[in-house]
Design a protein around this ligand. Structure first.
Ligand code: B12
Ligand code: SF4
Ligand code: SF4
Length: 360
C-alpha cells in the first residue's frame, strides 16, 4: 500500500492518492471502491422522465433537488470527482425462500435484519475522509449514503463498480447486488475509473417477471408507487387495496427481484457484525411481531432501519400480512384484539384483514 505525505495539494501524485484511497476503503470494510467521474449528464433525461411520470409517488424529496441530483458539482460546489464504494449486507440466517413460502412468517427485507446501514456506512466513509485529510491536509468533501440528493447507482456504474440490472439496481459480477452504496464527493482531480465495457443481463428478464406487483414497468425502470419496498416503507398512509393481496407476507421491503437474479446465486455473506441478525427477524412469525407493544417496538427496533417507519406503519404492514395468511382462530383473535387501535389507518387495515378471513 502506498503511504505518503504531501505538503501541498499542487504537488499531489493523484494516481498514487487514488490507489491509496481505494486501499484504505477496503481496509475500512468496503468490498469495492472506485473513483467515478461526476459527469452524469447522460442520466438527466431518465431522471426527468421518471419524475414526470410520477413514479416517485409521495417521495416529494426525490423531485425537490431537480437536476442537481445528476449534477454533484451543483449540489456540493467544488466537487471534482466521487469515491464510490459498496458494502455487502447478507449475514446468513434462514433461507429467504422458505420464509416467503410460509404465510405465517413475516418476511423482512434482508438489508434490514441488523443495524441501520446509514449509520454504519456514513461512519466508515467519514473515517475514509479523515484518513485522506490526515495524509494530504484539509480538502472539500461530503459523505452520501442513500440520501436523496444524488444518483448513487449511476455514480457506481460510472466508476465501473458494476452494471445496472433490469431491476434498476447495481450488480457486480463477484458480489451480486445485495450491498449498500455510499459516496464521498471530493474536490480533488483524481484519475477516474472507466465504466464496465458491457452489462451482463443479456436476454434475462427474471426480475421483471417475478415482481409480485409488476413494479418494473420497463427494463431499468421502477414505478415506485407499485413497489412493495415503497408501499411498506416509504408510504405513510393506507396501502392501496389493489396491492394488499400481492404483498403477501412481505412486511418490510421486498427482495424478490434480487433473490431471483442469477448473479446473486453466489453472493457471499458480509463479515460486518453490525449487520448481524437481531431479534430473530429473519424467521419471525407475523403473530409474534403483531403482538409487540409500542414500547417493545421502540426498544427492539432502536438502531434498526425499521424504526424509521414507526409503530403505526409496522402494525399496518403486519395486518396486511395477517390478512394474506392461512385462516386460523389465532390470527382472527389477534386481529380482533387490536381492533380497538386508536389509529384509524391501522384499524382499516385490520378490518380488511378480518374480511379476508370471512369476519365482517
Ligand atoms: C428512491 C429509492 C427507492 C425507491 C425507488 C426505486 C428506484 N428504482 O428508483 C423505492 C422505495 C421503490 C426503492 C426500493 C428499493 N431500494 Co432504493 N433507493 C432509492 C434512492 C434513494 C434513489 C433512487 C433513484 O434515484 N431513483 C430515481 C430514478 C430516476 O433513478 P434510477 O432508477 O437510477 O433511474 C434511472 C434509470 O431508470 C435510467 N433509465 C431510464 N430508462 C432507461 C433505459 C435504459 C436502457 C437504461 C440503461 C437506463 C434507463 O435513467 C434514470 C436516471 O439515471 C437510492 C439511493 C440514491 N440516492 O440513489 C436507493 C437505492 C437505489 N435503493 C437501494 C435498495 C437496496 C433498495 C431495495 C432493494 C430495498 C428493499 N429490499 O426493499 C428496493 C429495490 C427496488 C428496486 N427494484 O429498485 C440501494 C441499491 C443498492 C444497489 N445494489 O444498487 C440504493 C442505492 C441505496 C443505497 N445507498 O444502497 N428505493
Ligand atoms: S423490490 Fe419487490 S416489488 Fe419492488 S421491484 Fe423488486 S420485486 Fe418488485
Ligand atoms: S434477474 Fe436477470 S435481468 Fe434482472 S438484473 Fe438479474 S440478470 Fe439482469
Amino acid at each position: 500500500m502506498t503511504e505518503f505525505i504531501h505538503p501541498s495539494l499542487d504537488h499531489l501524485n493523484y494516481v498514487d492518492l487514488a490507489q491509496s484511497i481505494k486501499d484504505w476503503a477496503l481496509e475500512l470494510g468496503f468490498a469495492r471502491a472506485a473513483i467515478a467521474s461526476i459527469d452524469l449528464s447522460h442520466a438527466e433525461a431518465g431522471l426527468t422522465q421518471w419524475l414526470a411520470a410520477g413514479y416517485h409517488g409521495e417521495m416529494d424529496y426525490m423531485a425537490r433537488h431537480g437536476l442537481k441530483r445528476a449534477r454533484p458539482a451543483e449540489l456540493v460546489p467544488g466537487t471534482l470527482t466521487a469515491v464510490t464504494v459498496f458494502m455487502p449486507y447478507l449475514t446468513g440466517g434462514v433461507d429467504p425462500e422458505s420464509v416467503l413460502a410460509d404465510t405465517n412468517k413475516a418476511y423482512i427485507s434482508r438489508y434490514a435484519l441488523g443495524r441501520d446501514y446509514h449509520k454504519v456506512l456514513r461512519a466508515r466513509l467519514q473515517q475514509l475522509a479523515d484518513k485522506i485529510t490526515a495524509v494530504i491536509g484539509e480538502h472539500g468533501h461530503r459523505v452520501f449514503v442513500d440520501s436523496a440528493p444524488i444518483l448513487e447507482v449511476e455514480l457506481a456504474k460510472q466508476g465501473g463498480n458494476g452494471w445496472r440490472g433490469k431491476h434498476s439496481l447495481l450488480i457486480n459480477r463477484d458480489y451480486g447486488s445485495f450491498f449498500f452504496l455510499g459516496e464521498l464527493l471530493i474536490d480533488l482531480p483524481l484519475p477516474v475509473d472507466p465504466p464496465l465495457p458491457k452489462e451482463h443481463c443479456g436476454k434475462c428478464t427474471a426480475c421483471i417477471d417475478v415482481c409480485p406487483t409488476q413494479a418494473i414497468v420497463a427494463p431499468y425502470t421502477v414505478d415506485a408507487r407499485r413497489c412493495i419496498s415503497y408501499l411498506t416503507i416509504e408510504l405513510k398512509g393506507a396501502i392501496p387495496v389493489e396491492f394488499r393481496s400481492m404483498i403477501g407476507n412481505r412486511v418490510y421491503g421486498c427482495d424478490d427481484c434480487q433473490l431471483v437474479c442469477p448473479w446473486n446465486r453466489f453472493a457471499a455473506a458480509s463479515p460486518e457484525t453490525d449487520f448481524a441478525i437481531r431479534h430473530g427477524l429473519d424467521d419471525a412469525t407475523l403473530l409474534e411481531l403483531f403482538a409487540w407493544s409500542e414500547q417493545e417496538f421502540t426498544q427492539k427496533m432502536a438502531g434498526s432501519p425499521i424504526y424509521r417507519i414507526g409503530y403505526a406503519a409496522w402494525l399496518r404492514n403486519l395486518a396486511v400480512g395477517l390478512g394474506n395468511a392461512k385462516t386460523s382462530a389465532e390470527i382472527i383473535q389477534s386481529l380482533q384484539a387490536r381492533q380497538t387501535s386508536s389509529d384509524d389507518m391501522v384499524r382499516e387495515h385490520i378490518v380488511w384483514a378480518l374480511n379476508r378471513h370471512g369476519v365482517f
